[in-house]
Write a protein that binds this ligand. Structure first.
Ligand SMILES: *Cc1c(COP(=O)(O)O)cnc(C)c1O
Length: 468
């Protein structure tokens, strides 16, 4: 060990002053800790004899001080970074559950911020000056845009299904009829048979995996039947020799036997758009076809916050509202502050397509996407190091979030590779960038799909590429 070295080690205050001269406004105590930590590391290196500190007032000594300052600033930056923070989604998967499903529009984000920072009308009725209902802010809107008589919002769609089953399946009428082709697992261990037993319902399976007909359902109806449940097989499709009954036909049975018809719709595409965004069923159509209760996610194709929307007839929605679980599964003010402005956007169909990011991403034409890929290419071409190769390519994307599993969303993007770096290193550097960029690797190329990248993020990618 070099004794002289220890004496050369700068003091905490010396480094603090240098850091503050570069970046003012840092918390003094957090800064002291960061400096101590960094100096301790060097002290360790000196004791281990692997480092010798250059003399003060020499060019090397100054270089050393600059280095310590830079390390401290960098450590502070990393320590202050939030764990939950925005990323660039370059995967092309519009509803990426791991990346937070639906991004929200600016109009929605502004309302969240303003409700969050103030007291609000959450459960206050301004007309009577009395207690109000938190659900009143959105119930009428949901009814208006879906055509339902009544509605309720809970924590997520899994909660909505559990609540509906719990409220409808009450002994001795506790059997719920479901097609064997619809006993699905959604992911994150949400399985229809398990959620049934949790809700106190007895599962009455009918039909087969690939074919279930109306008389299969009818044969299972008894005095114990509480409901017929249809489940949207969101994340897989049975193709070929297959048959499932639609809501309109099931309604004939439900009406004849006076049994409620329930539809777990999951992805919740509200209505058809021109041109068709996605080949799906629609909430509006299911309600028109006479479903008694429908539930769907707020953060899938609806494009809003995490929640489960239950809509249907007054009779059944009222029954659900009275159930004890409704209080357990209630949504908070931040959810409602996002949902209300989102629903208002749906009052104008064209505006919805322009303002709701999920719908906008799905409605890009292939030409839009090709042009955006060209724009991104030009920006990257200016900033990229020479060893990096980029090319505009045609890509297959997915809707994601367990929606439209067989739909291949043709898209455009940029493929990236290098003569110098391994493909995994490129992917990792992008992922570990200040604003992480999440990409895909295919055939030894990093792929950046422009469908899910916002225009303003092109410059983030360009900055990240420039350091490769
Ligand atoms: C996604 C989905 C669910 C679960 O919804 P969450 O909002 O994720 O809780 C339930 N049922 C179906 C059919 C789904 O697609």
């Amino acid at each position: 060990m070099c004794k002289d070295c220890l004496r050369q080690l700068p003091s905490v205050n010396e480094i603090k002053d240098l850091v503050l001269s570069k970046e003012s406004g840092l918390s003094s105590s957090l800064l002291s800790n960061a400096v101590k930590e960094e100096l301790d590391k060097f002290r360790g290196h000196i004791f281990d004899g692997i480092f010798c500190i250059p003399k003060k007032n020499t060019p090397l000594g100054k270089e050393f001080l600059d280095k310590v300052v830079e390390l401290v600033l960098n450590n502070l930056k990393i320590a202050n970074r939030h764990n939950l923070r925005p990323v660039v989604n370059a995967t092309g998967i519009v509803l990426h559950t791991n990346l937070g499903r639906a991004p929200m529009s600016n109009i929605v984000a502004q309302n969240i911020a303003s409700v969050a920072q103030n007291y609000s009308t959450l459960e206050y009725n301004l007309i009577s000056g009395d207690r109000g209902s938190r659900y009143a802010h959105v119930e009428e809107l949901i009814c208006k845009i879906t055509g339902a008589e009544a509605a309720l919002v809970v924590n997520n769609n899994a909660a909505a299904v559990l609540l509906i089953l719990s409220a409808l399946a009450v002994h001795p009428k506790n059997e719920i009829i479901v097609s064997r082709g619809e006993l699905v697992e959604i992911g994150g261990s949400f399985r229809i048979p398990d959620i049934m037993s949790l809700g106190g319902a007895v599962l009455k399976e009918v039909g087969t995996t690939n074919k279930t007909k109306l008389n299969d359902y009818e044969g299972a109806i008894s005095k114990k039947t509480a409901a017929i449940l249809k489940v949207h097989t969101s994340n897989f499709k049975v193709v070929g020799f297959s048959h499932e009954e639609g809501i309109a036909n099931l309604k004939l049975l439900s009406k004849k036997h006076k049994i409620p018809l329930v539809y777990d719709f999951g992805s919740g595409m509200l209505d058809e758009y021109e041109p068709k965004l996605i080949d799906e069923n629609y909430v509006l159509q299911a309600i028109k076809d006479g479903v008694d209760l429908i539930c769907f996610s707020g953060d899938k194709l609806l494009g809003g916050p995490q929640c489960g929307i239950i809509a249907g007839t007054k009779e059944f929605v009222e029954r659900i509202k009275k159930h004890q679980l409704t209080r357990v599964l209630r949504v908070d003010k931040l959810c409602l502050s996002a949902l209300e402005p989102l629903l208002r956007l749906y009052l104008d169909k064209e505006r919805a397509k322009d303002e709701i990011p999920v719908l906008k991403m799905l409605s890009f034409s292939i030409l839009d996407l090709e042009n955006r890929a060209k724009d991104l290419y030009e920006i990257l071409d200016k900033s990229k190091p020479t060893h990096l190769k980029i090319k505009i390519v045609k890509l297959d994307g997915q809707v994601g979030g367990g929606s439209a599993p067989t739909l291949n969303l043709l898209s455009f993007g940029i493929e990236v590779y290098s003569d110098k770096l391994k493909i995994n290193e490129i992917e990792k550097t992008l992922r570990e960038y200040d604003t992480p960029i999440i990409s895909r690797i295919k055939n030894d190329r990093v792929l950046l799909d422009v469908r899910t990248i916002f225009d303003y993020q092109f410059s983030i990618i360009s900055n990240a590429i420039s350091i490769l």
